[in-house]
Structures are given as C-alpha cells and as structure tokens.
Design a protein around this ligand. Structure first.
Ligand SMILES: Cc1cc2nc3c(=O)[nH]c(=O)nc-3n(C[C@H](O)[C@H](O)[C@H](O)COP(=O)(O)OP(=O)(O)OC[C@H]3O[C@@H](n4cnc5c(N)ncnc54)[C@H](O)[C@@H]3O)c2cc1C
Ligand code: SF4
Length: 231
C-alpha cells in the first residue's frame, strides 16, 4: 500500500503528495527488483526496508502524536501539546510520551444530540462565507444520473429510526456537500432520509463518521465526482 491508502499523509503539515509519490516510487523499485530476480510471488520485503530508511518514515515519526493529542485534549490544549511533542522529536529525536494511540474510532466520539446545544450559525454573507450548494457548484462535481447510487445504506431504516432520535441525524451537518437531508411532509411529520448522491464531493466523511457505521461509500461509475479545472 502506498500514499494515502496507507495513511502516509503528514497531518500537521497537510503534506501528502510528495509522500504518495515517494512511497509509490519505492514500491515500484521493490517490485522491479523482485521481478528482475525472478521472485514474482514474493512479498515485497524491500519496500518495507526502503520505507523505514526514507525521509517519509522520518517525517511521519516526528508528528505521530499530534493528532492523538488533538483528539484527546481538544484544540486549545491538544494542539500546543502536540506541537511541543513534534518539536521535541524534531530537535532531540525523541518523544517523552512514546507513541500514543487514538482511544476510539472517530464515529464513536459523537455525543447524543440531547447533550449538545444547537449552534445558531449566521447566514452566509456571500463575501467571506458561502452556502454549501454554491461551493458544491464550484467543485463541478458530476455523476451520471442513471448510475447505481454510490452511497449505500446497509440498513435503510437506521437514519430515521436510530440516528435521528439519538444524534439528530448528523449526516445533515457533517456532509460538506449537503448530500443528506431529512425531509418532512406538510404537517411536519413523517421524516424521510433523502440522499442527493449526484452532489457528493468524495470526501468519504459519511463512511467514517456515521455513528451506526451504516453508510458505505463505493467508487462511482465512469470517473464521476468533483472536477476542479483551475487547480
Ligand atoms: C483539502 C486537502 C488539501 C491538501 N493539501 C495538500 C498540500 O498542500 N500539499 C500536499 O502535499 N498534500 C496535500 N493534501 C494531501 C494530498 O492531496 C494527498 O496526501 C495525496 O493526494 C495522496 O495521494 P494518493 O495518490 O495516495 O491518493 P489520491 O490522490 O486520493 O488518489 C487515489 C485515487 O484512487 C481513486 N480510487 C479510489 N478507489 C478506487 C477504486 N476502487 N477504483 C479505481 N480508482 C479508485 C480515487 O478516485 C483517486 O483518484 C491535501 C489533501 C486535502 C484533502
Ligand atoms: S463522501 Fe463526503 S460529500 Fe460525499 S456524501 Fe459522504 S460526506 Fe457527503
């Protein structure tokens, strides 16, 4: 595995492109070496060796505790403590904290809606803040209308039966593209879960964040998805 599929992004620096390219190059070198030596059925042991002796490994080792600290201690405390640890690693090559792990999976961190105060966000002003659908428009995301939906629910009843009463169905809020909606009939009852799959910008948050782990993001047909022509 290479690049982001193996989690080789340097999170505090949001740097992943060079790590993806470098690990791809090392995997190719290891595969070439194995094939040249006639060892086609072999495990690519040389890849693990090359990785552990590369700048990618060195870089990621220094920042390994940043996100666990952030998750455990929150932004105000977690980020400075994570930064301290990162710089201790950078300057002295060691961490006084060893290697921290994430306590639990991301989807298991949600609090029930009854324990939270709804946030009244100001309306987007169209100058520095924008509504979700205008931003989705800029992503030029597109999916063929007649293709099978690429956002699959393992159990279609869970969003309304379980997630709505417990978590006010969080997909309505965490999805950056407004793909998920809970709509009601004219009397304000009979909630229905609607998936506007053609707006999906492929961030995969829903696959990770759904508290019931009920949403499965699968690759859409025909190279659909966001298309940023000016980047
Ligand atoms: C908002 C944001 C900002 C970033 N900024 C920076 C930055 O400034 N500098 C930097 O270095 N890094 C940055 N990164 C990180 C960087 O973009 C990634 O680490 C890097 O692109 C990972 O490359 P990759 O080849 O491993 O994976 P990807 O670029 O994700 O490529 C994987 C490809 O596989 C395709 N795919 C997935 N499943 C299938 C399947 N089943 N069949 C066929 N195709 C499939 C996907 O469509 C995709 O095209 C940023 C990331 C984000 C999200
Ligand atoms: S992948 Fe991202 S954009 Fe697409 S539906 Fe899931 S949360 Fe929304």
């Amino acid at each position: 595995m290479i690049g982001c599929s193996a989690g080789f992004v340097n999170l505090p620096r949001i740097k992943g492109s060079h790590n993806a390219m470098k690990t791809g190059m090392m995997a190719a070198e290891a595969a070439f070496e194995a094939l040249s030596a006639g060892r086609s059925g072999d495990e690519l042991k040389a890849y693990a060796y090359l990785y552990e002796h590369s700048h990618v490994y060195k870089d990621l080792k220094r920042v390994r505790n940043v996100k666990p600290f952030w998750s455990r201690l929150g932004t105000l405390l977690g980020v400075p403590v994570g930064a301290f640890d990162m710089w201790t690693n950078q300057l002295f090559g060691l961490s006084v904290f060893g290697t921290l792990k994430h306590g639990k999976a991301d989807y298991a961190t949600l609090k029930p809606a009854r324990d939270c105060k709804p946030i009244a966000y100001p309306k987007p002003d169209g100058i520095v803040s924008f509504d979700k659908l205008s931003s989705v428009f800029l992503s030029s995301t597109n999916h063929e209308e007649d293709q099978p939906i690429h956002l699959k629910l393992k159990d279609p009843s869970i969003p309304i039966a379980r997630n709505l009463p417990e978590y006010a169905e969080p997909a309505q809020r965490y999805c950056p593209a407004g793909v998920y909606e809970v709509v009601y009939d004219n009397s304000g009852g009979n909630p229905r879960f609607v998936i506007n799959a053609q707006n999906c910008v492929h961030c995969k948050t829903c696959d990770i964040k759904d508290p019931a782990q009920n949403i499965n993001w699968v690759t859409p047909e025909g190279g659909g998805g966001p298309n940023y022509p000016n980047m």
